[in-house]
Design a protein around this ligand. Structure first.
Ligand SMILES: [Zn+2]
Ligand SMILES: [Zn+2]
Length: 389
């Protein structure tokens, strides 16, 4: 809602001062640390600096940074767009109340900006699928690129080691082919009578200091300027259709939790002038019951008996490439680490392989037979005579 003196229509400075204290949102210029005259280059430089500082890739799990990054994204999205910036300069945040999140972010290609900065274009939220930056469903306004999608892929350790191929079923949205995104049955859309298509509701009140004009979003058409008499039957009035698209993904050997694979053009489909978005597959390797991964190396625990520990033994132990032989030297203590060279994880994009470390635990036997007891008693007696140890 914007309050303004009608006499002050062409005096924006006055207007912006009277609107700022209505809401407690931070000023976009302040967020980016800029003054109001900042040009495009300065704006981009400021955005870059803050994106480098707050980007979730650089601050994994830090919520404060995520909030800052979102704030910075929004400030940048508004100020880099001549029109939105003009509205913001004139009316502050209130000038943009009729804009949805997708309107705010329309026209800004964050993914390519982040690529330019060497950062990933993902990292917002935790759902299996979500549009980046909280962009809502496809708006009918033109954007340069459709939304990027994120897919969280869980992978067992074996497949992370061998590399694999997966067919992902990607739900995507495209503009409804029947109503072309209007959400209305053909011919069933008319101009909103209340606002006459402007999408705004204007009221005037008189007061001792002048005539106030109050501008808000039209309640009948929610700012669209259109009135839908009957919804499109194909999309149910949503203006978009959900479809499932298969994408074949090749996962290289050695991927680890947090690695991201980018599939260009496999995000939401582009239409007309607009290019398709990208698909970001974020890998998460599940915990293995036997092996624990630390970088390229694997760790596992192996129990051995006291005789094997004392005398040494050749044991068969599991590895990711099938069973292999573990040579336990004589006199092995519990907690010893035995390395099996090259039996760990492959390093992504290299021929190097990590090692498998076996942590040995010597177990004390229980439930001994009479014969075993006699032998151990014999063993103890020999030890007391000084012949062992
Ligand atoms: Zn439709
Ligand atoms: Zn209206």
């Amino acid at each position: 809602m914007v309050l303004q003196l009608s006499a002050a229509w062409d005096r924006p400075a006055l207007l912006s001062t009277c609107t700022c204290n209505i809401m407690e949102r931070r000023d976009y210029y302040e967020i980016l640390g800029l003054d109001r005259t900042a040009d495009e280059t300065t704006l981009k430089r400021a955005y870059r600096t803050l994106a480098m500082r707050y980007h979730p890739d650089r601050n994994p799990g830090d919520n404060e940074c995520l909030v800052r990054m979102k704030e910075v994204n929004e400030a940048y999205a508004v100020l880099c767009d001549g029109n939105k910036r003009r509205i913001y300069d004139l009316y502050g945040h209130d000038g943009l109340t009729g804009y949805s999140q997708s309107d705010i972010f329309s026209g800004v290609d964050f993914s390519s900006l982040f690529r330019e900065f060497g950062l990933g274009g993902f990292g917002f939220g935790n759902g299996i699928f979500e549009n980046l930056f909280g962009r809502g469903r496809t708006s009918t306004r033109e954007r340069r690129r459709a939304a990027d999608l994120r897919y969280n892929l869980e992978l067992p350790l074996e497949e992370a080691a061998s590399g694999t191929e997966r067919v992902l079923e990607i739900p995507r949205r495209r503009t409804c082919t029947s109503c072309r995104g209007t959400g209305a049955k053909e011919g069933a859309v008319s101009t909103c009578e209340r606002c006459d298509g402007s999408g705004q509701a204007v009221r005037e009140h008189r007061s001792p200091i002048g005539v106030f004009r109050e501008i808000s979003v039209c309640g009948d058409c929610r700012g669209t300027g259109r009135f839908i008499k009957e919804s499109c039957s194909l999309c149910g009035g949503m203006g978009v259709l959900e479809e499932v698209h298969d994408v074949t993904l090749t996962i290289p050997p050695g991927v680890d939790t947090g690695h991201t694979l980018r599939l260009e053009g496999e995000g939401e489909p582009g239409e007309g002038e607009k290019a398709s978005g990208d698909l970001y597959v974020v890998v998460s390797v599940t915990r293995h019951p036997v092996f624990e991964r630390q970088g390229d190396d694997l760790y596992m625990q192996q129990d051995i008996g006291i005789a094997e520990a004392a005398l040494g033994a050749s044991l068969s132990v599991p590895s990711l490439n099938g069973d292999c032989t573990l040579e336990v030297p004589d006199g092995t203590q519990t907690g010893s680490l035995i390395r099996l060279k090259g039996k760990g994880m492959p390093r992504l994009g290299s021929r190097h392989k990590g090692d498998l470390y076996v942590v040995v635990r010597v177990t004390t036997p229980t439930g001994l037979t009479q014969k075993q007891k006699e032998l151990l008693q014999e063993f103890r007696r020999l030890g007391q005579d000084g012949e062992v140890g």
